[in-house]
Design a protein around this ligand. Sequence first.
Ligand code: S3P
Length: 180
Amino acid sequence: MTEKWAKKNIVLIGFMGSGKTVIGRAISRLTDYDFVDTDGEIENVTGLSIDQIFKKYGARRFKSEEELILKKLLPRENLVIATGGNIDLDSDNLELLKDSGFFVLLEADPQILQQRLCRKHNRPLLGKKPTMERINQLLAEKGNHYEKLADFRLDTSCMTVEEAAQIIVKKFTEISGPPI
Ligand code: S3P
């Protein structure tokens, strides 16, 4: 095991609807690592839903809450972290999290993302009915950033949550030693 790969956390990044939360929970079950969902933490801390934060205080407040959560996570170990699909990819704290985190980029075909995103309406950036045009536009804006951060990429279009989790744990084990 090289120093470079002495990773202590698994960090899931990717577009909205790529499966970060459900796959993160499944990885947590397989590894016994604690699961942290940055959106969920923001809701816990503020006592408001993501939608309410955006409506009441706007995107800037959401972003600063997200930064605080990332900062709090920096010293922690043995975590599976699901980041928000609209996280600031230039965040210094996210960059710092890379020192201890194995960054997994979850991807999926835009059509599949749209199907998944139509099921839930809690994404202020997309609105109620995400069009393919909007999804493709956001993917084009964010794609390079995601790729730069990723240690490993996984297309989840045609796999179950369990399959995706197993592949990620296997990869993590290969590079960092057994996760438990
Ligand atoms: C958001 C989308 C969400 C999450 C957060 C903000 C938005 O995406 O980042 O709720 O601004 O539209 P995912 O939960 O699918 O990653």
